[in-house]
Design a protein around this ligand. Structure first.
Ligand code: AMP
Ligand code: ZN
Length: 472
């Protein structure tokens, strides 16, 4: 197991990873607000988190990861009201498109995807704890966090509270606070809004509260890594720390990791500039999503990523070089002896340099440089007819190993995934086959089918009246 160094936003310096439990990383990643389809900026952040997860696994760690779905907040409520549908009806298609986007970019599923609307009890318990301890107060059906009580508020973002004078209006909202700097934990319901019962009357949770409550529920009061985009540092993550640490008296998170934003053609994405892309927009323009994954992961996460179509074409060209090396390798003859083959040492060097680069604050561009150095060596060995017995497999195994992190080297897998998500009919047919296999006590085949369906994001539920399925 290798112990990586990450740049910790808390303290603003690189620090070696330390975890609560030996060998295990518990990690919380802020998920989407499901009021629209994700844009490629959001997806950059989610892809960075996927590469982080896979890198930790590559380095020998067990990962337990949570990504929340914010399915109640001002934007989802407003969207549902404008569409004239319930909150659940409004958010469902965006939840579906979020998971579909993850699949299309080959982002691994994490262990938990909790939804805010399913954790209201945990959120209320946290607010009650804060009220009891004097860190929060009720005002007109809402509950606010009393920032003046929290001495180290600002430690993550460097936000200086003394710069904001009491009585000054910093944010527009209609609630009555003791101090303008205070932030809302629980919002009293306005006429016609979705609401849950609480000791302070009907209302709904504030956004910051959602992540604190769900993080602590699934990962414990103290956990290892918390990620998001740089825009989450303030106020979202600052407020998460304030709420959680005031309630528990414990350190909430050791390592905070934030990804820089994606911009398009050097500018911030915006609808009016016409540079606002969803994944489907890029596909409609003929983009290869495998190249997009490569492009997004090739830039270090703490640098701004400038998305351009030329950059996407360059990523496609880099993949082509990797594909060609594989074809040439498969065609090449292996010699008899192992004596002077350069391949064994080259494989070892690749895996070491690749791991070292990832362990160095997730330096993906260095990791790719190691891969391309390896490609050059393999090409030279093939040209010089220096392959020894077993070398071909050695190279393929090493590529598979680095692809556990990159997820871009297997062109066939991408082609199959693009062409063939399972249709409803195919799922039904597989379920019939699974039933028959079980009746024939062929549990191996039955499990295989379940595995195949799970891989495609299809969840099975065995009920007394038969097996039901749904797409996750
Ligand atoms: P949201 O759905 O708005 O809550 O955002 C989901 C995630 O996307 C958050 O972690 C944001 O930090 C991140 N994000 C938003 N805009 C960008 C962008 N332009 N580039 C990269 N990440 C972004
Ligand atoms: Zn969050």
């Amino acid at each position: 197991m290798q112990n990586p160094v990450f740049y910790n936003t808390l303290g603003r310096r690189p620090a070696r990873l330390e975890t609560e439990v030996a060998g295990e990383v518990r990690m919380y990643t802020c998920g989407p607000t499901v009021y629209n389809t994700a844009h490629i900026g959001n997806l950059r952040t989610f892809l960075f988190e996927d590469v982080l997860r896979r890198s930790l696994q590559f380095l020998g760690w067990r990962v337990v990861q949570v990504m929340n779905l914010t399915d109640v907040d001002d934007k989802t409520i407003e969207g549902a009201a404008n569409a004239g549908v319930s909150l659940g009806e409004f958010t469902r298609p965006f939840i579906d498109s979020f998971f579909a986007d993850l699949d299309r970019l080959h982002i691994q599923r994490v262990e938990h995807y909790p939804r805010a609307t399913e954790h209201i009890d945990e959120m209320l318990a946290l607010v009650e704890q804060l009220v009891e301890k004097g860190y929060a107060y009720e005002s007109d059906g809402s509950v606010f966090f009393r920032i003046g009580r929290d001495e180290d508020y600002g430690k993550l973002s460097g936000f200086d509270l003394s710069q904001v004078r009491q009585g000054e209006r910093v944010a527009s909202d209609d609630y009555d606070k003791e101090d303008v700097r205070d932030f809302v934990l629980w919002k009293g319901a306005k006429e016609g809004e979705p609401a849950w019962d609480s000791p302070w009357g009907p209302g709904r949770p504030g956004w910051h509260l959602e992540c604190s409550a769900m993080g602590m529920k699934y990962l414990g009061e103290s956990f290892d890594i918390h990620c998001g985009g740089v825009d989450n540092i303030f106020p979202h993550h600052e407020n998460e720390i304030a709420q959680s640490e005031s309630a528990t008296g414990k350190r909430f998170v050791r390592t905070w990791i934030h990804a820089e934003h994606l911009i398009v053609d050097g500018e911030k994405m915006s609808k009016s500039l016409g540079n606002f892309y969803t994944l489907q927009d890029l596909v409609d323009r003929g983009a290869d999503l495998r190249a997009l994954r490569y492009q997004l992961l090739s830039v270090h996460y703490r640098k701004k990523l400038n998305f351009t179509f030329e950059g996407l074409a360059d990523a496609g060209a880099a993949l082509k070089r990797l594909d060609e090396m594989r074809f040439r390798l498969l065609d090449a003859a292996e010699g008899e002896s192992e004596s002077d083959s350069p391949i064994g040492p080259a494989c070892e060097r690749l895996l070491k340099d690749f791991g070292d680069a990832l362990a160095d604050d997730l330096n993906t561009s260095e990791a790719l440089a190691a891969l391309f150095g390896f490609v050059r060596e393999v090409n030279q060995a093939v040209d010089g007819q220096r392959l020894a017995v077993g070398d071909r497999q050695r190279v393929l195994d090493s590529l598979d190993r680095v692809d556990e992190v990159l997820g871009v080297l297997n062109a066939d897998e991408w082609r199959q995934a693009e062409e063939g998500g399972l249709s409803d009919e195919e799922i039904d047919r597989l379920l019939v086959e699974r039933r028959e296999a079980r009746q024939a006590r062929d549990f191996g085949r039955a499990d295989e089918i379940r595995g195949q369906l799970t891989e495609q994001g299809i969840v099975l539920e065995d009920t007394p009246t038969g097996t039901r399925w749904k797409r996750q």
